[in-house]
Design a protein around this ligand. Structure first.
Ligand SMILES: Cc1ncc(COP(=O)(O)O)c(C=O)c1O
Length: 441
């Protein structure tokens, strides 16, 4: 049987199967694990850059004054920041650590947006010293702290307030962020948002340039963006009248879905762009607002498809009439999403990619938790130890949530492009595990 064409929109677009062997970026996937070790995360540069260009085109063709700002929590490295810089994509960061990586990559810091619900005073100082373009202020404590820090440093920091519009985006409870009962943002319905606008307008260390919300992730439904735009832009108009706000910038956040499994395709980026921009224009007009600069913050959808995780098959356990377990050499330490969100992935055996599936197996990780399962009920051909399983759409929130649980060594990351592979992160070593252990007997 040939490689299922339904995988075409889940794997990177350069993926091919010839004589049953999968190639990514023109390189044999199993050979990559032999060269760089297993598990291995493989980023396809062609896919990554093409996705970024499609995003820019989709939004800028509908509203020229739009900036696509990549939510780097999904995956960040110097390579990633450099690609964003080259492709004209901004960077949304949420910590001093992400800022440090952006700076180390020579990313133009004026295109950085600093988010987070509890930024520390030191982090705010670092951001101001570096010249971060926008700080997205999440709450009153931060507003007051930032104003004080900025004045002490003799700066006026452009800020955007993150609001909580009270919109349910119909996603996993652990990834919904736009409702009233969330830790993120200043609620509009309680009056906290209006108070923060009024406070910010009086402060001399900050310049309030706009408003932001983020509803959650991943949003397969498009309607919540319009609901949020309606609430946010009507609130903005009220603040223009009541508090003299000049709404120069606006964002409905990110949260655009990616396709992980064949039965759940994600809407095309043009569908999101059309819905968001038309709603944004309509709601601005209804509220008598001139169109502000818009920024959108895709994380997952810019990076998920560009990366394939490769694991090598090891142990097998068959419980007749119940379940067959196939264990691989990675798991929840490099990708915790299935364990914490019940995230679903596809699995394809890269060295038998044309073989018919003959059994249903549960692909387990190697870590000491019963919940360390990567894919439940995968339909696979007969596998044996040494076979390599690809899990596509692994670019987002896997590496960046990885851990050293069980003193696991984080895997290497390679970038493939036009038949060449470049190591961008080496596999960790035991020395890395001990580097921060400063105990002295
Ligand atoms: C403020 C903000 N913007 C954007 C994103 C990106 O979401 P996604 O990766 O689903 O696009 C997040 C994710 O947590 C976020 O908190």
């Amino acid at each position: 049987m040939a490689f299922d064409p339904a995988y075409a929109t889940i794997f990177p677009r350069t993926t091919t199967v010839e004589a049953g062997r999968m190639r990514i970026g023109e390189l044999d996937a199993q050979e990559l694990t032999r060269e760089f070790g297993s598990p291995l995360y493989v980023f396809d540069e062609t896919e990554l850059r093409a996705g970024m260009r499609e995003y820019r085109q989709a939004f800028e063709s509908r509203h020229a004054d739009t900036e696509v700002t990549y939510a780097s929590k999904a995956y960040l490295s110097r390579f990633m920041a450099a690609v964003c810089r080259e492709e004209g994509i901004g960077l949304d960061i949420v910590s001093g650590g992400e800022l440090a990586v952006a700076l180390a990559a020579g990313f133009p810091v004026e295109h950085c947006h600093f988010h987070g619900n509890n930024k520390g005073e030191e982090e705010l100082r670092e951001a101001l010293a570096a010249g971060v373009g926008r700080i997205i202020v999440d709450n009153v404590h931060e507003l007051e702290l930032l104003d004080r820090v900025a004045r002490a440093m003799g700066k006026v920091q452009p800020i955007i307030l993150r609001l909580s519009p009270g919109v349910d985006a119909h996603t996993h409870a652990k990834t919904t962020t736009g409702t009233l009962d969330t830790k993120f943002g200043l609620p509009i319905s309680t009056g906290h948002a209006a108070q923060a606008v009024a406070d910010a307008q009086r402060m001399t260390g900050v310049d309030l340039v706009g408003l932001h919300c983020h509803l959650g992730s991943p949003l397969f439904d498009i309607e919540p963006y319009d609901e949020a735009n309606a609430v946010m832009l009507s609130f903005a108009a009220e603040m223009v009248r009541a508090n003299g706000l000049r709404l120069r910038e606006y964002s409905p956040g990110g949260g655009f879905a990616s396709q992980y499994v064949r039965e759940r395709p994600a809407p095309d980026i043009n569908v999101y762009a059309e819905a968001i921009i038309s709603s944004f224009k309509r709601r601005c007009e209804e509220n008598g607002l001139p169109l502000p600069h818009l920024f959108v913050e895709p994380g997952r959808s810019l990076v998920a498809r560009a990366c394939v995780a490769l694991y090598t098959v090891g142990a097998r356990k068959q419980i007749e009439g119940l379940r067959t377990w196939v264990s691989v050499d990675g798991g929840m330490a490099d990708n915790i999403r299935p364990a914490i969100y019940d995230a679903k992935y596809e699995a394809v055996v890269v060295n038998r990619a044309d073989d018919d599936p003959v059994e249903t197996v549960t692909i387990a990780g190697k870590y000491c938790e019963s919940g360390d399962i990567l894919v439940k009920d995968a339909r696979l051909p007969a596998t044996s130890p040494g076979d390599v399983i690809a899990m596509p759409a692994a670019g987002a929130y896997a590496i960046t949530m990885s851990s050293n649980y069980n003193m696991a060594l984080r895997p290497a990351i390679v970038v493939v492009n036009d038949g060449k592979a470049r190591l961008i992160r080496r596999r960790e070593t035991y020395e890395d595990l001990l580097r921060t252990d400063v105990w002295a007997e």
